[in-house]
Design a protein around this ligand. Structure first.
Ligand SMILES: *Cc1c(COP(=O)(O)O)cnc(C)c1O
Ligand code: SF4
Length: 337
């Protein structure tokens, strides 16, 4: 056999095919994983609000027949999402939806701005704080580039979404080309769940383009549980590392998924082996439909205290919360000593 036949496909067609074949209905996922106990009506109702989407490479990491699987819980719609939500849970908990702004730029903090590139993702996470975001009102990132060219940009631009890697390589190249021409911009950060959700998206061509940039590049990936880290994920992170770029991870603290120091410690260790350092562990944003994932501040602090006792300091993520109007995220733990 020639190497062309044995090498795994690593091009744009491969990940687009995988995305096209992703599972997009509760019934399909239930059949695929043999989940007879799932309440299909409840799942269908929640799916109507925010549709199920999960690629096969992620499903392969879910244990068949296990209704409380920590990965399944991140993607399977449930009736809990459509029950009345406690006080404080809303469709815009971070006050991001300004009615008079159709800009793709979201700048809350000094020196760094989010660029909302697309509303699309390769996976739909049930706890997502942007599940109700009015992306259709967004102007394109091209308008944002023109604005920054004219008015100047902050030192750091963060590509966000949705998932910025839902853009194809051609659009991404156009975007990076544009960013590289903006005076004053030094760092480019990419917030993406792709290396975890659809690792095939991290193609050699993509890595080459980013690593050739004169901008300093920081990737912030999003994994919540060690079971999400398999060989394909490690290989995608290795490709990014070989491009000499910084890799960080952010997680969301989720009840029934990772509200336990043991998997969190494992996650930090496995990510480090794969070349990524833990950055943030987010307290859940209080988005309507996600209340069943909330972990109380007291429990969260004791989880972090146990984690701190079992990990070197550099493998301990910072427990943070986002408060509307604050000048940065609020660090809850580790507490000052
Ligand atoms: C989280 C966030 C950032 C990035 O904050 P860092 O603390 O630098 O990681 C930037 N802008 C917005 C709107 C954010 O929510
Ligand atoms: S990948 Fe990120 S933006 Fe997309 S649904 Fe999941 S948490 Fe939300």
């Amino acid at each position: 056999m020639s190497t062309a036949q044995t090498a795994p496909k690593n091009d744009e067609q491969a990940w687009r095919d995988e995305l096209r074949h992703a599972i997009r209905s509760p019934r399909q996922l239930i059949e695929r994983l043999g989940l007879s106990e799932v309440n299909l009506d409840g799942a269908e109702t929640a799916h109507g609000d925010f549709p199920l989407l999960v690629p096969h490479s992620y499903i392969e990491r879910i244990e068949p027949g296990r209704i409380d699987d920590p990965l399944l819980r991140q993607v399977m719609p449930t009736a809990l999402e459509t029950t009345p939500q406690p006080a404080g849970f809303s469709t815009d908990p971070l006050a991001e939806q300004s009615p008079d702004s159709d800009s793709a730029i979201l700048q809350k903090y000094a020196n760094r701005a989010l660029l909302v590139t697309t509303g699309a993702c390769a996976i739909h996470c049930r706890y997502c704080f942007r599940r109700s975001y009015p992306y259709s009102q967004q102007n394109s990132w091209r308008a944002a580039l023109r604005y920054w060219h004219r008015e100047g940009a902050p030192e750091e631009v963060i590509l966000s979404g949705g998932d910025p890697l839902m853009l194809g390589d051609q659009a991404l190249c156009e975007l990076i080309d544009g960013l590289e021409q903006i005076a004053g911009l030094r760092r480019l950060r990419i917030h993406t769940r792709m290396p975890i959700a659809l690792p095939a998206r991290i193609t050699t061509a993509l890595v080459e383009r980013f690593s050739a940039s004169p901008l300093q590049i920081v990737w912030v990936v999003h994994a919540n549980h060690p079971q999400e880290i398999n060989d394909a994920v490690c290989a995608s992170l290795a490709r990014l590392r070989h491009g000499n770029m910084t890799l960080l991870n952010q997680s969301v603290l989720l009840r029934g998924v990772n509200d336990d120091p043991k998997p969190l410690a494992q996650l930090s260790e496995q990510l480090f082996s794969a070349g990524a350092l833990p950055y943030y562990l987010h307290q859940l944003d209080r988005i309507s439909g996600a209340a069943h994932f909330a972990v109380s501040p007291t429990t969260a602090s004791s989880i972090i205290a146990e984690l701190a006792a079992s990990l070197p300091g550099y493998l301990l993520p910072r427990l943070v919360r986002e408060d509307p109007g604050a000048a940065s995220k609020t660090t809850l733990a580790p507490p000052p000593r």
